[in-house]
Design a protein around this ligand. Structure first.
Ligand code: HEC
Length: 240
């Protein structure tokens, strides 16, 4: 068997082997979608080249036409029947796999520190960080927060292993040390359910404290939290 169809097929297989198997030996593997893109470009290039003359067109399309129209008999008839069955099945399978709902979780990135609502921006703690307020705040913390955030402020409370995302580790420089007190005030008052949409999906176990703790207690627990974790809040002066 010779002819433009065969050489086009050989070319496609060659390009595929090169892109999918040989190229990854020297560089990073290509994504499958890119390989298919290159194959489609190769195929259209080959078809344009093979069908440029009238003779070429007949040599390229002729066998396909004769095969499909039934001019060739014998084993070709069986192959034609098989194609008639297999092709719609392939298209159906392809469509099904594209549309079928999957049980994989959606690839959503949670924003850990979304912007707070406007009414919380720039609030200042009305209570000074003196010894009395620190002790009072630590007491509120021990009673309400330590089961999750841990008696050592490190996110390792006894209930913590049950939660994903885990309770924030306040001793880690990536949490409250990066935040202003007004931000904590918002997060403690409104909790996980108060997060805006980019802080979803739906998972934070952080309770909404506004019905349990007065504003005064929330400000004081913030003072106790920073002191206990050995961090200090971010302030505007530092940013300038
Ligand atoms: C039921 C467990 C639980 C309890 C109790 C709890 N928290 Fe949380 N908290 C979490 C979880 C989980 C997160 C992390 C997810 C998030 O940011 O909402 C979190 C996050 C936070 C954050 C945000 C930290 C950051 O880096 O954005 C603050 C502040 C906070 N908690 C303070 C408190 C305070 C204060 C209390 C007690 C009054 C408390 N939490 C009680 C579970 C809890």
């Amino acid at each position: 068997m010779k002819g433009p169809l065969v050489s086009t097929a050989i070319l496609l297989v060659g390009v595929y082997i090169f892109l999918a198997f040989l190229l990854p030996l020297v560089t990073a593997p290509l994504p499958a979608s890119l390989i298919y893109l290159y194959l489609a470009i190769t195929l259209s290039g080959a078809m344009i080249y093979q069908t440029m003359s009238a003779g070429g067109l007949e040599a390229f399309m002729g066998p396909i036409y004769r095969f499909l129209s039934g001019e060739i008999d014998g084993p070709a008839k069986m192959a034609r029947l098989a194609l008639l069955v297999v092709f719609p099945l392939l298209v159906g399978w392809q469509t099904y796999t594209k549309l079928a709902p999957s049980d994989l979780p959606p690839a959503e990135n949670r924003t850990i520190h979304p912007a707070p609502p406007g009414e919380f921006v720039g609030l200042a703690n009305p209570y000074p960080a003196n010894e009395q307020n620190i002790q009072e705040g630590k007491g509120i913390y021990a009673a309400n927060c330590s089961p999750c955030h841990g008696p050592n402020f490190d996110g390792k409370g006894s209930a913590a292993p049950g939660f994903n995302p885990p309770p924030a580790n306040f001793a880690d420089p990536g949490t409250i040390a990066q935040l202003q007190e007004s931000y904590l005030f918002w997060r403690i008052k409104k909790g996980g359910v108060g997060l805006p949409i980019e802080g979803m999906p739906w998972k934070s176990a952080m309770p909404r404290w506004e019905h349990e703790l007065t504003d005064e207690k929330i400000w004081k627990v913030i003072i106790g939290e920073y002191d206990g974790a050995g961090q200090s809040p971010r302030t505007w002066e530092e940013e300038e």
